[in-house]
Write a new protein. Structure first.
Lengths: 94, 130
């Protein structure tokens, strides 16, 4: 079974793939369709949406980082054990 | 357009990331190779002598990015190494810089940042060549 650390790492990897994929596609569009008959409006919209997608993944990763900080503070991410009684109470309340 | 084909190597255990980097920089006129592990990177660096290397610090198996960096600095001291990491690994970034890394990128990487950092590393090579 994957540890908490590995799970967080995996989610982060997906965010990274989203930003990279969106960014590379955007670059390709800019270059490949520089002189080809894709309507300018369509090209601009696609580039804009890909930029937004990149930023969504960056935003998601920032939230993930916050969540990671809260969880790592309470739970050992490699062993899955609650660090102290105070932490256990805190987790139950949530 | 680049005057001479710059050789770039990417070390990342995520195959998709390697493919994205290859697709992006080949279109920009670079010669790009990739490695999925630290050991594979060392083998390829001995053979290909890249000008710039993008090294992921956290690798699941074998050598990690920092160990790979150390070996690369011995094998190919002129190779400009850029480290790739997460926010939480700030201490590792400091360590990497002390070991000779020229720059770093924090995941998730945007293409704008990636291009900026790699071109800056390349401009360092050009200055050195003059």
């Amino acid at each position: 079974m994957a540890t908490i650390r590995e799970i967080f790492h995996e989610i982060g990897n997906w965010h990274n793939k989203i930003t990279m994929c969106a960014g590379v596609t955007k670059e390709m569009l800019k270059r490949e369709y520089k002189d080809r008959p894709l309507p300018k409006e369509a090209k601009d919209t696609l580039i804009k949406k890909l930029s937004e997608l990149e930023q969504y993944a960056v935003g998601a990763d920032k939230v993930l980082l916050q969540l990671k900080g809260i969880i790592y503070n309470k739970v050992n991410p490699d062993l899955g054990q609650v660090k102290n009684k105070g932490g256990a109470k805190c987790l139950k309340r949530r | 357009m680049l005057k001479k084909k710059i050789k770039l190597m990417v070390l990342d255990d995520e195959r998709d990331i390697c493919e994205f980097v290859k697709a992006l920089f080949r279109k920009k006129g670079f010669s790009v190779s990739s490695a999925l592990s630290g050991n594979e990177a060392i083998r390829k660096i001995k053979k290909l002598k890249p000008d710039v290397a993008l090294l992921d610090i956290y690798l699941k198996k074998g050598l990690d990015g920092l160990e790979a960096l150390k070996k690369i600095r011995e094998i190919s001291p002129l190779c400009r190494c850029v480290m790739v990491t997460w926010d939480s690994a700030v201490s590792k970034i400091k360590e990497a810089k002390a070991m000779g890394a020229v720059s770093y990128l924090v995941k998730p990487i945007t293409i704008t940042e990636l291009l900026r950092v790699v071109y800056r590393a390349v401009s360092g090579i050009r200055k050195r060549g003059k």
